[in-house]
Design a protein around this ligand. Structure first.
Ligand code: CP3
Length: 354
């Protein structure tokens, strides 16, 4: 007899994986798990590989990208890999003078202030990022049935680095442009939306099975301002990849009041940060799957405390069209990998029917 339902451990096509099925609201044999920032400083094997190599340089070196992306898949047995890169990489690739400073984040040499500054940023084509195409292709070959998630920074979050010149808490210069120079703002957001869309298209063309749009700092906006100044541009990015046949995840931090709009922007899956209970989030996102949302600091609690909270999140996730388990923001750099290993195994072995 022929049974084409997926057999655990014997899934060869990422489209049959628990992760992709959950994003589509299809039945799964276990709750799929991956972690934002699963690759990176919490892994000793990552720190060894990165010794003496700059962050952006490592993102442009396929041997490193492939190895770093695979590290957490091997160690944790997560249900998806996320492409090792950064949200500012496409800007670097088109020639924006920026760097990622250790312990600081992205720093932009000449912050964007005028229409001329915006016009000076080239649009992105696949020719700017051959190392991305090569890395994705190689990864898809190595990963077999495990899906690879491609990603891009959303226009607001990327704009905040370009306008502030670096990380910021209040995003005051960014919002000063938004409110005070709406023509420059619109041009900048349009430019970044085009770059993000093209960058996601490159990753999907090379074989990525899903995409995530990171709008980490969108929570700095009120719903009214988000709707007027941010959402149209994120919606443009998500629409550009709507017909590529891969699920689109839309994530931000501090987005409790923005979730309905982030869902409307066109996502198949809405990423929920750890501050909003899933039970609150699910009715806000309509007929969409959710992703999240364990407080990343719970990994520092005793294992039984962490797993009890994880079980409650999986339970709450049953009310959604689909649920992908994740932390409610990125893995904190001094996280004990052993705890993430326990967490992954724990969530994956939970029975699926109540
Ligand atoms: O494992 C993964 O999630 C894939 C890799 C990834 C990185 N950055 C690698 C990285 C992803 C998906 C990102 C996205 C990213 N980058 C976001 C959105 C996600 C989020 O956390 O909200 C943002 C806001 C950035 C900008 C950025 N780049 C920040 C804030 C930092 C951290 C600064 C620091 O050192 O604390 C970076 C640098 C960065 N990006 C590192 C990594 C592994 C650390 C650099 C290093 O290891 O030296």
């Amino acid at each position: 007899t022929w049974d084409d339902s997926p057999v655990p451990g014997e899934v060869f096509d990422p489209r049959d994986s628990a992760f992709i099925r959950a994003t589509r609201g299809l039945p799964v044999d276990h709750t799929p798990v991956w972690y934002m920032r699963q690759a990176g400083r919490s892994l000793p094997e990552y720190r060894r590989l990165r010794e003496g190599v700059g962050m952006l340089e490592s993102c442009m070196t396929p041997d490193l990208v492939v190895e770093i992306t695979l590290q957490p898949v091997r160690r944790y047995g997560v249900d998806a890999a996320i492409f090792f890169s950064d949200i500012v990489l496409p800007l670097k690739a088109v020639g924006v003078d920026l760097d990622i400073k250790p312990g600081v984040g992205p720093v932009v040499a000449d912050p964007v202030r005028t229409l001329e500054d915006v016009a000076a940023i080239p649009d992105l084509t696949a020719e700017h990022v051959p190392f991305v195409t090569e890395s994705v292709r190689r990864l898809v070959g190595e990963l077999g049935g495990t899906p690879l998630i491609g990603f891009a920074g959303a226009p607001f979050t990327v704009a905040s680095y370009l306008v502030e010149g670096g990380p910021s808490k209040e995003h005051s210069r960014t919002k000063a442009m938004m409110f005070g120079a709406p023509d420059v703002w619109a041009a900048l957001m349009d430019k970044i939306a085009g770059i993000a869309a093209a960058y996601l298209e490159v990753q999907v063309a090379a074989g990525a099975s899903a995409v995530q749009l990171f709008d980490s700092w969108a929570g700095a906006c009120t719903p009214e301002d988000y709707r007027e100044y941010v959402m149209p541009y994120s919606a443009r990015v998500l629409a550009a990849v709507a017909d590529l046949g891969v699920p689109r995840i839309h994530f931000g931090v501090n987005t409790g009041s923005l979730l309905p709009l982030m869902a409307q922007a066109g996502a198949d899956v809405v990423g929920v940060d750890w501050r909003t209970p899933l039970a609150t989030a699910i009715p806000l996102v309509g007929d969409r799957a959710v992703q999240g949302n364990l407080d990343p600091t719970l990994v520092f609690a005793p294992t039984e405390v962490m797993t009890r909270r994880a079980a409650a999140i999986v339970e709450a996730g049953r009310a959604a069209r689909g649920h992908v388990f994740n932390l409610g923001h990125g893995v904190i750099s001094d996280t004990d990998p052993g705890q993430l290993e326990e967490l992954t195994r724990f969530v994956q072995q939970l029975p699926i029917s109540p």
